[in-house]
Design a protein around this ligand. Structure first.
Ligand SMILES: NC(=O)c1ccc[n+]([C@@H]2O[C@H](COP(=O)([O-])OP(=O)(O)OC[C@H]3O[C@@H](n4cnc5c(N)ncnc54)[C@H](O)[C@@H]3O)[C@@H](O)[C@H]2O)c1
Length: 348
């Protein structure tokens, strides 16, 4: 806690961590105390504009600062568990970027440390807060779409070779990224798939390298069977020039909904008035910006999860996405890679 009774916040890793910094700076219940990166120029890019913020090149040194209550872990993915556990054991709460770590085994170390320290752990899957996800999740959970029998999901993105080189050479490695297009880019959509469709039972997958010089994959394709009887196809790639859609398409016996990321493309529900459908398009057909204009105060993306994390610490409750919740998509990722390697169906 800071001297002026705010939650003291720090951010480690200043790539996407800069988004965390911006969100922390605009929330009045917390105060940015420090940032940490091994790259001094990245620290300066924050501290030059915010001279009251401390800069650390050594994470362990930062842990000694008693004013820090929460640390955002925005380091390369394979470092998440080691650094989160260190922070928890030093009495800090942590908000961890996706993926929680690159293996379930490592991620479970975070859960173990959470239980033993009693500190709060949140995990980022900011796309769950896309405005259109709330009515879609409600429509599924309330049975408005009937029995869900099919989902088709495709993350058709593009990354230049340079994305995998230079200071980002950890991208597309098994050791630090844990894989390629699936674990790095498509994990958000995979998480949304299991969140909306239910508990997976089995996966049958293939993977390949098509357009990049990397160790891992730049394309995966899977058929997923769910315990509730539904089926989904899931595709991830970083090869679709120049970067195409994020298809989230769900079909139930009473209705069909199709999205491209946060943009509603189709909303057809049996028995629903056409005006209700039109209203859905007015609100959600142009993405989060327009939805937020309809509902002042509605927030989305990282800012929602950072504010939730601060509130969780103040209120002594769990944040929106706990380690066990974050691990669900990671379990699926492990199963997909295992199936692609062995050519066999993997049962979860
Ligand atoms: N939620 C999202 O939409 C989103 C978007 C991008 C990245 N991410 C995730 O965020 C994490 C970071 O990704 P990124 O794209 O920002 O990577 P990045 O390589 O751009 O940034 C990582 C930073 O960590 C720093 N770093 C490395 N080792 C360090 C150490 N020992 N101590 C302190 N700093 C150290 C690096 O200098 C670098 O600035 C990854 O897990 C990634 O999957 C999430």
């Amino acid at each position: 806690m800071t001297k002026d009774n705010k939650i003291g916040y720090a951010v480690a890793g200043l790539g996407v961590g800069k988004t965390h910094v911006e969100s922390v700076l605009q929330y009045d219940k917390c105060k940015l105390i420090a940032v940490c990166d091994i790259a001094v120029e990245k620290i300066k890019s924050v501290t030059d504009k915010n001279p009251e913020v401390l800069g650390y090149t050594n994470f362990d040194e930062m842990l000694k600062n008693p004013e820090i209550d929460i640390i955002s872990i925005c380091l390369p993915s394979g470092m998440h568990a080691e650094y989160s556990v260190k922070a928890l054991e030093s009495g800090k709460n942590v908000l961890i970027e996706k993926p929680i770590d690159i293996t379930v085994e490592a991620a479970m170390k975070i859960e173990k440390a959470r239980l033993s320290t009693g500190k709060k752990v949140g995990c980022i899957y900011q796309n769950r807060n896309h405005a259109v996800m709330r009515p879609l999740k409600n429509a599924i959970d309330n049975g408005k779409l009937g029995k869900i029998f099919l989902g088709t999901f495709a993350v058709k993105w593009y990354r230049e070779q340079s994305y995998y080189e230079g200071e980002h050479c950890w991208h597309g490695t098994w050791e630090m990224d844990g894989g390629g297009s699936l674990i790095n880019q498509a994990i958000h959509t995979l998480d949304i798939m299991q969140w909306l469709m239910g508990e997976p039972e089995s996966v049958t997958s293939t993977m390949s390298i098509n357009a990049h010089k990397i160790d891992t994959e730049d394309l995966t394709a899977s058929i997923i069977k769910f315990k509730n009887g539904a089926t989904a196809t899931f595709l991830s790639t970083t090869c679709c020039y120049p970067g195409l859609s994020t298809d989230i398409q769900i079909y139930g016996t009473k209705g069909s909904v199709e999205l491209d990321a946060d943009i509603l493309k189709l909303w057809k529900v049996q028995g629903e008035d056409e005006r209700d459908e039109e209203d859905m398009f007015d609100r959600y057909g142009k993405g989060n910006g327009v939805a937020c204009a309809y509902e002042p105060g509605l927030k989305y993306g990282h800012v929602t999860q950072i504010e939730d994390m601060v509130d969780a610490v103040i209120e002594g409750r769990d944040p929106q996405i706990t380690p066990l919740e974050a691990i669900k998509a990671l379990k699926l990722i492990e199963a997909i890679y295992k199936s692609a390697r062995t050519g066999e169906t993997v049962y979860l």
